[in-house]
Design a protein around this ligand. Structure first.
Ligand SMILES: NC(=O)C1=CN([C@@H]2O[C@H](COP(=O)(O)OP(=O)(O)OC[C@H]3O[C@@H](n4cnc5c(N)ncnc54)[C@H](OP(=O)(O)O)[C@@H]3O)[C@@H](O)[C@H]2O)C=CC1
Ligand SMILES: CC(=O)N[C@@H](CCC(=O)OP(=O)(O)O)C(=O)O
Length: 350
């Protein structure tokens, strides 16, 4: 399958280049860069010297004639302008940005402070959380790849929500991210001396992943709660590492009789046919290094019978399962290939 990437010089794009290079059934034929069109990719990324000879180009829909799938690794606000053109040309689109993730245009306008894409196209988008919505993803032409924090959070929460065991109005999420999560552009927030040996909370109450997480909790809760508007408390932190996300998620159980063994058993069964989600044995919790460079999401569970609260520790590599890895997993799904195709790297440890 012939693929193109838009947003060529960003971190999401360079991770896609790495993954597409070793994918047996996909071929990267075009890398689009609005700022560095005309340059060879190795001029921007010397680690690709002698590996990729691709010359980047500026966007021109006429030049995408042979392309069958486009990955958008662009900031919010870009794909909503370009995906309609690609869609009309019959090109499948996998969008790493947030432009197509929120079903309700008013929600996008509120949280992204920008006008939403026309419902004509928004309604065609499928939320690309691979393990959960694989069936819908298979036939979709526009895939809204989930955000990094929502991926870690929703994979941990959906099995227990579907069982009806969690009070979804009590969910609190503490997210911690490495700095590559903020992309390649330089900012004061991610400046070395601001980050090194420091931990910072950011975007409290304003994070664009709040409506994305709530939308999917609401969708998954249908049938279990009367009031279908659960709200989460979500606090994000920047930590001094390059890759990795940990979400620590807390919630109140609905029923005192639910045991830790029962929850772990349910999770192991839920994910038994999904090789990229590893549920840890009870009493062990994953760390970000244990998934670095891989497409795994590892989940640890703790049930506190004293308080009736359950805690999930969910870790991913933000650039892999949180972005490019899940995008390739979705490419595999739409083509009916084994989901592991091109994604078999074991985590880089230490
Ligand atoms: N980093 C991460 O861990 C994750 C990122 N995402 C999302 O994926 C997308 C890409 O992220 P990431 O690669 O980290 O971001 P970067 O900032 O590293 O890269 C984005 C790239 O998009 C291009 N770009 C920037 N502005 C414009 C514009 N106005 N019009 C067209 N292209 C533009 C630039 O490349 P060029 O100049 O070459 O075109 C830029 O390098 C974002 O939407 C991000 O929110 C999602 C999950 C995780
Ligand atoms: C560390 C850091 O800044 N992370 C980014 C995550 C961005 C991301 O995942 O992108 P989307 O907005 O496309 O989902 C943030 O918290 O906004």
């Amino acid at each position: 399958m012939k693929a193109a990437i838009i947003g060529g010089t960003g971190y999401g794009a360079v991770e896609l280049i790495r993954l597409l290079d070793k994918h047996p059934f996909a071929e990267l034929v075009s890398v689009i860069s609005h700022s560095q069109g005309g340059k060879g990719i190795e001029e921007v990324y010397p680690h690709l010297s002698d590996i990729s000879k691709i010359q980047m180009d500026v966007f021109d829909i006429q030049k995408l004639n042979e392309v069958e799938v486009v990955f958008f690794a662009t900031p919010a606000g870009v794909s909503k302008e370009l995906i309609p053109e690609c869609y009309r040309k019959g090109i499948r689109c996998i969008d790493l940005s947030g432009d197509f993730r929120l079903n309700n245009p008013a929600n996008y306008e509120k949280w992204y402070k920008n006008s939403a894409v026309s419902s004509l196209y928004l309604d065609k988008a499928i939320y690309g959380l691979s393990e959960i919505y694989g069936e819908e993803i298979r036939d979709s032409k526009i895939i809204a790849n989930p955000g990094c924090y929502p991926t870690a959070t929703l994979l941990a929460l959906i099995p227990i929500i579907r069982k009806g065991w969690l009070d979804v109005n009590t969910i609190i999420i503490d997210g911690k991210s490495g700095v590559s999560g903020a992309g390649r552009s330089i900012s004061l927030q991610t400046h070395y001396s601001e980050i090194n040996e420091n931990v910072k909370a950011y975007k409290l109450g304003k994070h664009q992943h709040i409506p994305e997480i709530e939308q999917n909790i609401q969708k998954e809760s249908k049938g279990f709660i009367e009031e279908l508007d659960p709200k989460v408390t979500f606090t994000t932190h920047l930590v001094p590492m390059t890759r990795g996300i940990m979400c620590t998620i807390y919630g109140q159980l609905n029923d005192d009789s639910i045991s830790a063994d029962k929850v772990v058993e349910e999770y192991q069964s839920f994910y038994q046919d999904h090789p990229f989600v590893r549920v840890r044995p009870y009493g062990t919790w994953p760390s970000t290094k244990e998934v670095a460079g891989s497409n795994y999401c590892d989940i640890g569970i703790h049930l506190d019978s004293r308080t009736g609260r359950i805690t999930f520790i969910s870790v991913i590599d933000n650039l892999m399962k949180g972005a490019a890895g899940q995008a390739i997993q979705n490419l595999n799904i739409i083509n009916g290939w084994d989901v592991r195709t091109g994604l078999l790297d074991i985590p880089v440890y230490p």
